[in-house]
Design a protein around this ligand. Structure first.
Ligand SMILES: [Fe+2]
Length: 425
């Protein structure tokens, strides 16, 4: 029986099909464009290649092609009955996810990797900040992610993808030096791993290395296909640093050529959250934001997230609706928010409404409900800084500048040194 690159026995009829599969796995794990094409090539060579179809389903999913993903996973399920337990369970993990059961998938993946820790495509489902642990909505999910990737390291610690995932977990629990050390090893093996470049950038953000971070990302992005998974989000990091650096023209250029709805080729979740975040952080820093930008984003949010449930998207959709003056859309989120952190989305949505109306005292009351639990929204610490900065800004508007300073100093030291907030002294 043939084995994949990670040593897992795999049911496939030809080495050519397996070579396409292994190439697809490497592209997928590195968030590089071409995984769909590679997995498609694998199943074109061997139309009974079950895990090829499962991988194709996952790649379609991350490319935003859900009907194609459903077709591919249905084929994998039809083919899976005669396979061994690892491969059957591998397919079941993806099928559960595509059936809309993230809780069940998270649990099954944890169980699966205990027995098959080098089944990396399955392991990947629970990893990273946008994975199933990242979006669990659980208190303590950053520590849970660290424990998860830490449990895989003894089995896959020689692999660049695994190193980058554990470095990410270290970064998000404040272990920046250890994260940098491990990420350097990962990037030395595969410098084109976008997940590695991404969380190297996060470590630089956490370290306040604006100039070095801008320079690194600028050169790294030159050779990164704009159809790749992380192109929009890495552009967001670049725009954030441009804002921090006072290079506002560069910030708008990046927004209009990689982040916003008119230019991004990424997933709607990323386009919505990153655009809303950079626009509002620009506003907080004192940059004038054309109201049309908020209107366009509000329409985009209403189109792609008409229902609540993805809490990280919901807080950014609510922000967009509030800034665009679309009260009905905002009220719908504030009234109906559900999902993994729906209970916290409601006060945030109400806070955006009060902020838009400059009712700062009420906004402070609403935000106070959530500030101790923002981890539950998912996303990275850098992304959730929008809430930290908003809270500090509301304190400033109420004349509590010392409290604003004390808050950032105790909660986000990196922001306290030179916060990108207009009027902060
Ligand atoms: Fe990021």
């Amino acid at each position: 029986m043939l084995k994949d690159k990670y040593g897992n026995a795999i049911s496939v009829q030809s080495q050519v099909a397996l070579d396409h599969y292994d190439r697809g796995v490497q592209l997928f794990l590195g968030a590089n464009y071409g995984a769909v094409e590679a997995f498609q090539a694998a199943v074109d060579v061997d139309d009974s290649f079950t895990l090829g179809f499962a991988a194709l389903a996952r790649a379609f999913m991350m490319a935003g092609h859900m009907p194609d993903a459903q077709t591919a996973i249905a084929t994998a399920q039809d083919l899976a009955a005669k396979l061994d337990s690892r491969q059957r369970q591998h397919v079941e993990c993806f099928a559960l996810l595509l059936a809309g059961n993230p809780q069940g998938t998270r649990a099954l993946v944890k169980q699966h990797v205990e027995e098959f820790p080098r089944d990396v495509l399955t392991a990947q489902l629970n990893a990273s900040v946008y994975g199933l642990i990242g979006f669990s909505g659980h208190v303590g999910r950053e520590a849970e992610l660290l424990a998860y990737t830490g449990s895989l390291m003894p089995h896959c610690g020689d692999d660049w993808w695994m190193m980058s995932m554990h470095a990410l977990s270290l970064c998000e629990t404040g272990q920046i030096d250890r994260s940098n050390e491990l990420m350097a090893k990962s990037l030395a093996i595969n410098p084109r791993n976008a997940n590695g470049a991404h969380f190297k950038s996060h470590a630089q953000y956490e370290g306040g290395e604006t100039v070095a971070g801008r320079s690194y990302l600028k050169s790294w992005l030159v050779d990164y296909d704009d159809r790749s998974l992380l192109h929009g989000h890495l552009s967001w990091h670049a725009a954030l640093w441009a804002l921090q650096d006072g290079d506002i023209d560069a910030m708008w250029h990046v927004i209009d050529n990689g982040i916003g709805p008119s230019s991004s080729k990424g997933l709607p979740l990323v386009t919505l959250t990153d655009t809303a975040a950079i626009l509002y952080r620009a506003k907080l820093a004192g940059v004038s934001v054309d109201p049309k930008r908020w209107s366009v984003l509000s329409d985009y949010a209403a189109k792609f997230f008409p229902e609540t449930g993805q809490s990280f998207a919901d807080i950014h959709a609510a922000l967009s609706h509030a800034m665009a003056g679309n009260g009905d859309r905002l009220a719908y989120i504030a009234d109906t928010a559900k999902g993994f952190a729906g209970d916290l989305v409601k006060p945030v949505a109400r806070a955006w409404r009060e902020i838009a109306n400059e009712n700062w005292a009420v906004a402070l009351e609403e935000l106070t409900i959530v500030m101790g639990q923002t981890e539950r929204f998912g996303g990275s610490r850098a992304q959730r800084d929008i809430l930290e900065l908003t809270y500090a800004n509301v304190l400033l508007k109420l004349g509590h500048s010392k409290e604003a300073h004390r808050y950032l100093s105790t909660h986000r030291t990196i922001l306290a040194k030179s916060p990108p907030l207009a009027g902060f002294v």
